[in-house]
Design a protein around this ligand. Sequence first.
Ligand SMILES: *[C@@H]1O[C@H](CO)[C@@H](O)[C@H](O)[C@H]1NC(C)=O
Ligand SMILES: *[C@@H]1O[C@H](CO)[C@@H](O)[C@H](O)[C@H]1NC(C)=O
Ligand SMILES: *[C@@H]1O[C@H](CO)[C@@H](O)[C@H](O)[C@H]1NC(C)=O
Ligand SMILES: *[C@@H]1O[C@H](CO)[C@@H](O)[C@H](O)[C@H]1NC(C)=O
Ligand SMILES: *[C@@H]1O[C@H](CO)[C@@H](O)[C@H](O)[C@H]1NC(C)=O
Ligand SMILES: *[C@@H]1O[C@H](CO)[C@@H](O)[C@H](O)[C@H]1NC(C)=O
Ligand SMILES: *[C@@H]1O[C@H](CO)[C@@H](O)[C@H](O)[C@H]1NC(C)=O
Ligand SMILES: *[C@@H]1O[C@H](CO)[C@@H](O)[C@H](O)[C@H]1NC(C)=O
Ligand SMILES: *[C@@H]1O[C@H](CO)[C@@H](O)[C@H](O)[C@H]1NC(C)=O
Ligand SMILES: *[C@@H]1O[C@H](CO)[C@@H](O)[C@H](O)[C@H]1NC(C)=O
Ligand SMILES: *[C@@H]1O[C@H](CO)[C@@H](O)[C@H](O)[C@H]1NC(C)=O
Ligand SMILES: *[C@@H]1O[C@H](CO)[C@@H](O)[C@H](O)[C@H]1NC(C)=O
Length: 475
Amino acid sequence: MKFTGTLALASAVASAEAAETVLGAYMFHRHGDRTPKSLAPTNLTALGYEQVYTSGQYYRSRYLTGDSKIKGMNQDTVRLTQLAVTAPVDNVLQNSAQGFLQGLYPPYQSAQTLRNGSDVQAPMDGYQLIPINTVDTGAGSEDNGWLQDASSCANAKTSSNAFFSSAEYNDLLNKTTDFYKALVPVVNGTFDEKDVTFKNAYVVYDLINVAEIHNSSIPSSDVLTNDTLYQIRTLADAHEYGLAYNASDNIRAISGMQLAGELLKYMNTTIKSGQDGTSANKFGIQFGAYATFLSFFGLVDLPHANETFYGVPDYASSMVFELFTTADTSNGFPATDDLQVRFLFHNGTTSNASEPAVYPLFGGNDDAISWNKFSSNMNKIAVSTTEQWCTKCGNTTGKCAQYSQDGTDGSANASSSGGGSHMSAAIGGVIGAFVTLAVVLGLLAAFMLLGGFRLAKKGRASTASPVSEVAGSKA
Ligand SMILES: *[C@@H]1O[C@H](CO)[C@@H](O)[C@H](O)[C@H]1NC(C)=O
Ligand SMILES: *[C@@H]1O[C@H](CO)[C@@H](O)[C@H](O)[C@H]1NC(C)=O
Ligand SMILES: *[C@@H]1O[C@H](CO)[C@@H](O)[C@H](O)[C@H]1NC(C)=O
Ligand SMILES: *[C@@H]1O[C@H](CO)[C@@H](O)[C@H](O)[C@H]1NC(C)=O
Ligand SMILES: *[C@@H]1O[C@H](CO)[C@@H](O)[C@H](O)[C@H]1NC(C)=O
Ligand SMILES: *[C@@H]1O[C@H](CO)[C@@H](O)[C@H](O)[C@H]1NC(C)=O
Ligand SMILES: *[C@@H]1O[C@H](CO)[C@@H](O)[C@H](O)[C@H]1NC(C)=O
Ligand SMILES: *[C@@H]1O[C@H](CO)[C@@H](O)[C@H](O)[C@H]1NC(C)=O
Ligand SMILES: *[C@@H]1O[C@H](CO)[C@@H](O)[C@H](O)[C@H]1NC(C)=O
Ligand SMILES: *[C@@H]1O[C@H](CO)[C@@H](O)[C@H](O)[C@H]1NC(C)=O
Ligand SMILES: *[C@@H]1O[C@H](CO)[C@@H](O)[C@H](O)[C@H]1NC(C)=O
Ligand SMILES: *[C@@H]1O[C@H](CO)[C@@H](O)[C@H](O)[C@H]1NC(C)=O
């Protein structure tokens, strides 16, 4: 077991020489450096843009041009059917995806000659246009301070809220009272003194972390010794992992379950297209929040491989599932029994200088497992249909009404669920998470009126930002 790390490295190196063919990949990627959640609207910074762009360049050299090139994948000009890029309705995540794609498929100038003989050049040196589709989960996640605000899954919210009544939470809350009190002068420009506790561990960490990267002067910065910064981060890790995953209460990890469903569905299409010889669906790329990473890490037992998986991944982190085979592919796509999957992860920006490493999934020791085993294990945790989602989440209205046993549910909820779900987010960031959902929803109603009103006046597309502005202006 001790050798796992070494083996992982060794096999990553070996993969270059082995008679191996990569057939497809599915990636989940965190956004780059951004402004703090507590000062919403949150923006991707120039540094963050550079991070995701660098990552895109790395994966270009891995999957489009290098030794691990995905078989049949276009190298220079994008072929849209081979690629599926998704991100939630969130400015930081959408922009991160776009920055990544610029590195993956850089501008490629190909002049066209028209019928009348004149030549046309595409704008911006042939900048390649790649659509980014939206996913249901995670809307507004970067403007939201509370982890489950990006989900509308009723049971997951209740489960995460239960964290605040757990012994672990209350113990840490009590033990760290003085620690957080000492931080008040650093953050009291943004937070009320009473909110600077373990209850808001992540948003406090987030504000200080951003300031450590960007602010030339931080009030009372003498408090922020290396040891204190380390504690602030690890306390935030404990807080967020606690909200994202609980082994005896799986529904908390709904975002990880949905990711499992999405990746299985996509890899299914990779295999199907391979068998049909259509050369489509080779590389799935999803941008999303650290919360989904943590939920997923818990579900596939990655902390068993390395304790570092209890911690929030850094900006621009990526995890990727490679579908590959060691069988001969010269006569077409291999049999399903010859397909294997390996999992790679990199904490922070990936580049030639700092490459992803392989980790075993599901508490095992193998760096690669057969597709059959992978898909059957993944299926156990995956939520891939609306019906499954509704049943697990205990939702019975709106899109879930059709799966509800008793048709007695009121329709009142259905109309509010559309915009309502990510409204809850914004204040989460400022006031932190509440123990009871009822309190959150009550307060929300007030903010929603204000938020909705602003939305109408400004005619913005995003429903998440107006509320954030209310929250932001409070700060
Ligand atoms: C866990 O990961 C860290 C950081 O990548 C590394 O330094 C450490 O050696 C790993 N531990 C094990 C047991 O593999
Ligand atoms: C993000 O950008 C908007 C304008 O696009 C700006 O109003 C806002 O203050 C920025 N947020 C931060 C935290 O800098
Ligand atoms: C050729 O056709 C294009 C597109 O219709 C037009 O913009 C251009 O002016 C034409 N060139 C000449 C020389 O007629
Ligand atoms: C995990 O879930 C169990 C069962 O619901 C509960 O007793 C426990 O307090 C939870 N732990 C945390 C840290 O949320
Ligand atoms: C934390 O302190 C509060 C009162 O200050 C007390 O009610 C609670 O039981 C304590 N929790 C733990 C785990 O010690
Ligand atoms: C923050 O705390 C410092 C030190 O206690 C105090 O001097 C300052 O006025 C406070 N700032 C705000 C905005 O409350
Ligand atoms: C960092 O700078 C921003 C913008 O000037 C400010 O709002 C924030 O309070 C500062 N944070 C800290 C911890 O100094
Ligand atoms: C704190 O950490 C930074 C960066 O890791 C390092 O450069 C610095 O020397 C450390 N300071 C102390 C006092 O250990
Ligand atoms: C993937 O395909 C297999 C067999 O074709 C099917 O049983 C499974 O339900 C599919 N999974 C998803 C998530 O689409
Ligand atoms: C990523 O690195 C940070 C330190 O920069 C660490 O706290 C965290 O545990 C790491 N997370 C993972 C998933 O490796
Ligand atoms: C990374 O390495 C690959 C192959 O070793 C090389 O083709 C590529 O140019 C390098 N990328 C950068 C950004 O240096
Ligand atoms: C699920 O139920 C919760 C709580 O009732 C609600 O806030 C959320 O909008 C519902 N989601 C959907 C998609 O119906």
